[in-house]
Design a protein. Structure first.
Lengths: 69, 181
């Protein structure tokens, strides 16, 4: 990601930080959306802890035995 | 009570996405796993209230979102990261961060207002429609649209993005990457 703060002119960083930002243009919105989707896909691909899967499976087995008091 | 096989499989199939949502919301894998576990326990205990044929992921996301909001109210100061603890927790888990852009995105997401964060994750990342996201968050469709737009603008601001050219490697890095071609 490019860094606007790399600007070497004194005072520019402060001015840019205060610059109001309007609605993003379409291309920028699409690229930001793609980054969000890629980030989310990475999270989805992570291994699921066994205990979470077992929790669902165990409940099913317990349920087969009838209602729990 | 027995769980219909189809319903059980639908719950299992939703777990990876549910966990991704929890990680994106909380920014902390351990907390995310606790949230997912609590969500699954509540969902399974109330599985009779799920209507087969309706949207299982949306139902589970709604439960998780409400749990997170409830926890957020209790731990408001921590979630707003007034002391920087949230950002520090991200740095302590480098194995969760695959790319520099993702790290920047994670840190920017952490700085969003919670309602904007959940809206942009649901619509912009998880693929829910505005209508579905509104149902999950319990608000109007227009409210979700507004939150998503504000979240995008704020993310761009936090990540110093002024235009589409700001994505990807900067000029110096690009020059190195293409030097041998």
């Amino acid at each position: 990601m490019k860094r606007k703060s790399d600007n070497s002119e004194p005072g520019m960083e402060t001015q840019e930080a205060k610059k109001p930002r309007g609605k993003l243009d379409r291309q920028t919105t699409e690229k930001l959306g793609q980054l969000l989707r890629d980030y989310y896909k990475e999270r989805v691909k992570e291994d699921i802890p066994d205990h979470l899967v077992e929790l669902v499976k165990r409940f099913d087995k317990r349920g087969d035995e009838g209602p729990q008091s | 009570m027995t769980i219909d096989e189809e319903v059980r499989n639908a719950v299992l199939a939703a777990v990876p996405s549910l966990r991704a949502f929890a990680i994106s919301l909380s920014g902390n894998v351990d907390r995310a796993d606790d949230l997912v576990q609590e969500t699954l326990l509540r969902a399974l205990a109330n599985i009779h209230s799920f209507q087969p044929g309706t949207n299982m992921p949306a139902w589970l996301f709604t439960i998780l979102r409400n749990l997170f909001r409830s926890e957020y109210r209790k731990r408001r100061r921590e979630v707003e990261d007034a002391t920087g603890m949230y950002a520090e927790s991200l740095k302590s888990q480098p194995e969760q961060i695959g790319r520099i852009e993702f790290e920047e995105l994670r840190e920017a997401l952490a700085k969003l207002a919670p309602d904007q964060r959940e809206a942009v994750i649901l619509v912009g990342a998880s693929g829910f429609s505005y209508e579905e996201a509104a149902g999950i968050c319990g608000c109007a469709v227009g409210t979700i649209k507004s939150r998503v737009n504000r979240a995008r603008a704020r993310l761009a601001e936090l990540m110093s993005i002024d235009g589409a050219d700001d994505f990807g490697p900067d000029r110096e890095t690009q020059a190195v990457l293409t030097a041998d071609k």
